[in-house]
Design a protein around this ligand. Structure first.
Ligand SMILES: [Fe+2]
Length: 211
């Protein structure tokens, strides 16, 4: 495992609340940042934490994608994320804080990446390539956020959350979507097939199957 820590401080001349709400609002990710955040559905939520499934494009417009399960925790001054790569199991973390500094609002993010060991083979080259990809990707997301923040600053009466944004439930559990009742039957199945099998200690006894 090869770890890279990137601390990024972004200083924005904009009100704290606007920047903070933009950092906290995950409902805009797959809309505003759709070039790199391909999908970001909610799997679970309680009052402080959420779990998402995340399909990420490594670098727009290249067709390379990674899939993560994200554990996210809201903090009074920011948020924390753990990104578990669904294929490798490697975890990246982000610890993000939003601070007021006079006319500026600072967004301070500590990103800890866990990469396969071969990233350490060329320590003068590979981390620089990684950083270049990271910066290109993050700059694009930041530009989109800044445009949104400045639009809100110009039109001051714009609500902090867009009216088209999905409603955020207080609690959510994807289990409830599929198992609202005690039955395992999927009510909208187009095709149903019932199988029965039995074992008598010597082998499998096939029973009649019915459609
Ligand atoms: Fe954003």
């Amino acid at each position: 495992m090869y770890k890279i820590l990137v601390r990024r401080i972004v200083k924005i001349k904009a009100p704290y609340q606007l920047v903070f709400d933009t950092a906290q609002d995950w409902t805009h990710f797959s809309h505003l940042h759709h070039k790199v955040i391909m999908s970001h559905p909610l799997l679970y939520k309680n009052t402080e934490r959420q779990i998402f499934l995340y399909k990420a494009r490594r670098l727009y417009p290249l067709p390379f994608f990674d899939h993560y399960v994200i554990f996210r925790e809201d903090l009074p001054d920011g948020y924390r994320n753990v990104y578990v790569n669904a294929k490798s199991g490697h975890a990246h973390t982000v610890d993000c804080k939003v601070e007021a500094h006079g006319e500026e609002t600072w967004v301070i993010g500590d990103h800890l990446f866990s990469l396969p060991s071969y990233w350490g083979l060329l320590p003068k080259l590979l981390p620089k390539i990684f950083l270049w990809i990271y910066r290109r990707r993050m700059d694009e997301i930041l530009d989109e956020d800044l445009e949104w923040i400045y639009e809100r600053m110009i039109a001051e009466d714009l609500p902090l959350v867009d009216s088209c944004a999905p409603e955020i439930p207080k609690n959510y559990d994807i289990m409830d979507e599929f198992f609202k009742t005690d039955t395992l039957r999927v009510p909208d199945a187009r095709f149903e097939y019932h199988l029965s099998e039995a074992f008598d200690g010597k082998g499998r006894i096939h029973l009649r199957n019915r459609r």
